[in-house]
Design a protein around this ligand. Structure first.
Ligand code: TXA
Ligand code: MG
Length: 318
């Protein structure tokens, strides 16, 4: 398959056309890179599952270019979901709602809900707009990694993860540079009387309460099919050890102010929480590329994005 860098309007139209013709197109989003297929095409969507090695009952997020398409995919949309979509789309927020007839079992994993998101990445938005202008309805896209592995935040990481499983003649990888947020979207269940967070991300509980005027419901034991809710996920090949200092030869991720113990290999030195999120997955990936067997991570404290980072690290370390 081809990695397309410095994408022009023609490249984007070509990629949208490829999606219409059942190809897979990996594309950048502000969170992580996604592996996209026409969300109304069961054959194309089934190739997402085989390419990722993902169990077929795990639902996919449908990406749309704007709020206007919400009603095509979802039904019984609560007012608070509209507030969230207005305030945070395009952005790192996925809304789970009752599905319309358009959302087939092959996208929802057989559940009667559908996940929807408008990503805030210019290339992703241009691709989605172009796809819809060709008659498409939405692009199903999980993170473009093999099941259980670390999500890719660059086009070369996508190639490394799934390049060998893509069809070189038809499938495409669009390169839009590194993802600016770096951890997956916040997932909010909008099927109840108030929003419930299913996966932590850059849109925080505080932001959701501010937008909706509602108290966010406590997370309940979620269905195993929310794959990010599995105990082990987002895992590099290296063993991840939390809140310990590295031995000599081990990898180390910590705030820039913390010195590297002698002999350890520094993989990231963030100086803000945003940078911590942005650099985390590429640092774990770098550790694997260097053949490092153990990576020690000093976790960030606090709520919001820090809590999302700790959530991913806990699963990476499981
Ligand atoms: O930031 C993101 O959300 C990225 C980018 C590419 O948009 N996508 C992403 O997709 O992280 P994925 O498939 O790797 O994770 C999506 C999560 C999964 O855990 C899936 O089970 C859950 O969303 N999900 C999707 N639809 C759902 C539904 N109807 N009900 C419950 N969970 C759902
Ligand atoms: Mg994923």
């Amino acid at each position: 398959m081809t990695i397309l860098s410095s994408c022009t309007t023609d490249t984007i139209i070509g990629a949208a056309q490829a999606l219409m013709e059942s190809a897979l197109v990996a594309f950048p989003t502000e969170t992580v890179y996604g592996l996209g297929a026409d969300a109304t095409n069961p054959v194309a969507v089934s190739r997402i599952y085989s390419t990722k090695g993902r169990p077929e009952n795990h639902p996919l997020i449908v990406h749309i270019p704007s709020l206007d398409l919400l009603g095509e995919w979802a039904s019984e949309i609560p007012d608070y979901a509209i507030s969230l979509a207005r305030d945070f789309w395009p952005g790192p927020l996925t809304l789970i709602m009752h599905r319309s007839e358009l959302a087939g079992d092959f996208v929802t994993g057989g559940q009667n809900t559908v996940g929807l998101r408008v990503p805030a990445q210019p290339l992703a938005l241009a691709l989605l707009k172009s796809f819809v202008s060709l008659g498409g309805k939405g692009v199903a896209a999980p993170s473009a990694n093999r099941f259980g592995a670390v999500s890719p935040t660059t086009a070369s990481a996508v190639e490394e993860e799934i390049g060998a499983f893509l069809d070189k003649e038809r499938d495409l990888i669009l390169d839009g540079g590194p993802s600016l947020v770096g951890v997956e979207s916040t997932i909010v269940d909008c099927t109840g009387s108030a929003p419930r967070i299913l996966r932590l991300g850059a849109v925080t509980a505080e932001m959701i309460e501010e937008s909706t005027g509602l108290k966010v419901l406590a997370p309940e034991q979620v269905d195993i099919r929310v794959s990010g809710s599995l105990d082990s996920h987002y895992s590099p090949a290296a063993k991840v050890v939390l809140d310990a200092l590295p031995e000599s030869g081990e990898g180390f991720i910590a705030w820039a102010t913390i010195p590297t113990p002698s002999g350890a290999v520094r993989l990231a030195s963030p100086s803000s929480i945003e940078q911590y999120a942005r650099d985390l997955y590429s640092a774990l990936r770098l550790g694997d590329q260097m053949g490092i067997s153990t990576i020690a991570v000093l976790q960030p404290e606090g709520e919001g994005l820090a809590a999302a980072i700790r959530d991913r690290l806990k699963k990476a370390a499981f």
